[in-house]
Ligand binder design. Structure first.
Ligand code: GLY
Length: 362
């Protein structure tokens, strides 16, 4: 059971391989790319403890020289200081233009490694081996790389595409269940914005709230369809000049809720789930889609074990204020991605403050 999806970008095409057990063949998978000998493998201590040995052995078997570099897990380490320490390791080991930076980890590790790869010697090879569901279906594909600024998330970065994304679904067995569910929020997002069949399959599944209860076939289907959706969108609009913005469905209110709760109460996927609920309600209020479709979305979000309500300590007016300072605000207007039906969304800035407030009411 292996799926290969090509990302058909004109200047930098690459493949997304979804391969159960694929981590054991990591080294082999890199051989067709004709990379130089040195691979700087970036990971977090937790992930490296689980999967470092398998990855390193496989790379060494394929004759790569591997230099591990560990960065503590978490958003608070997604900084220029961490990048600076990565550069130090790159310098110490004489990483050259033909060398490779490989990310083995979640979205934070992937974003940072990509940024270091984009900037070291003006760009060296970059490989993504995502280990969270969220990174598999979203962050590892499409080339968004970067770090946080003390004043805001992902303010520093560049678009830099990997040479290969290798997804081994089996590594999800060690992912905490809450993080699995966070990834499932993005999967549901693809069902709403792009792929009605994926949405239906999730509805029919016995369970989608835990790796242990998802069959290998279901997981392969979920990964394949989600990655394909992301690839379809990104390959039409690599630098987010237009359609790529639909990937932000649920993220407008999601980001506001996430930042107002200090990025601690909710994880990203949970905030996106709450944002999708609010966007779904807005879409019903505007008669874009039906109340029945709104209800189906809510059922699926609940089925994934995700929250649906705005945390009670948040003031709705504060959410509105936070929305106004979001990256997605264009010429003072808040831009929303709203569903027209399951599988199709529109981008609109024709949503009044009153409507937003009413969509947030419990
Ligand atoms: N995560 C949204 C994007 O890659 O555009």
């Amino acid at each position: 059971m292996q799926t290969t999806i090509t990302v058909p970008l004109p200047n930098s095409p690459y493949q997304v391989e979804i391969s159960p057990g694929g981590l054991n063949k990591l080294g082999e998978s890199l051989l067709p790319l004709k990379l130089g000998k040195k691979v700087l493998l970036v990971s977090s201590p937790e992930i490296f403890a689980h999967y470092g040995e398998i990855a390193v052995k496989s790379l060494q078997k394929a004759n790569f020289e591997v230099i591990p570099h560990l960065i503590p897990a978490g958003e608070s380490y997604k900084t220029l200081e961490s990048i600076s320490s990565l550069y130090d390791t790159a310098l110490e080991h004489y990483l050259e233009r033909s060398s490779t930076l490989l990310a083995l980890g979640g979205g934070v590790i992937g974003d940072m490694t990509g940024f270091a790869a984009a900037t070291w010697l003006r760009g060296i090879n970059f490989i993504q081996v995502p280990t969270t569901l969220l990174a598999m279906v979203d962050a590892s594909i499409g080339g968004k790389t970067g770090v946080n600024h003390p004043k805001g998330k992902n303010l520093i970065g560049s678009f830099y595409q990997p040479r290969l994304v290798l997804i081994d679904p089996l590594v999800l067995k060690t992912l905490p269940v809450r993080e699995f569910r966070a990834g499932m929020a993005e999967v549901i997002k693809y069902g709403i914005i792009w792929d009605a069949e994926l949405f239906e399959r999730l509805e029919q599944a016995t369970a989608i709230d835990d790796f242990a209860t998802c069959s290998p076939e279901l997981l392969q289907f979920i990964l394949t369809r989600s990655c394909q959706a992301k690839v379809d969108v990104v390959s039409q609009d690599e630098k987010e000049a237009g359609i790529r913005a639909i990937l932000n469905y649920g993220h407008t209110i999601g980001h506001a809720v996430e930042s107002l709760t200090g990025y601690t109460l909710l994880n990203h996927g949970e905030a996106v789930a709450i944002g999708m609920i609010a966007a779904g309600r807005l879409a019903s209020q505007l008669s874009l889609w039906s109340l029945a479709e709104e209800a189906l979305q809510k059922l699926l979000i609940e089925k994934a074990g995700l929250p649906t309500a705005i945390p009670s300590q948040l003031n709705l007016k504060d959410i509105l204020e936070a929305l106004k300072s979001d990256k997605k605000v264009k010429a003072g207007k808040i831009r929303f991605i709203l569903p027209k039906q399951i599988g199709e969304v529109i981008i609109t800035d024709q949503v009044s403050a009153e409507m937003i407030l009413s969509s947030l009411q419990k």
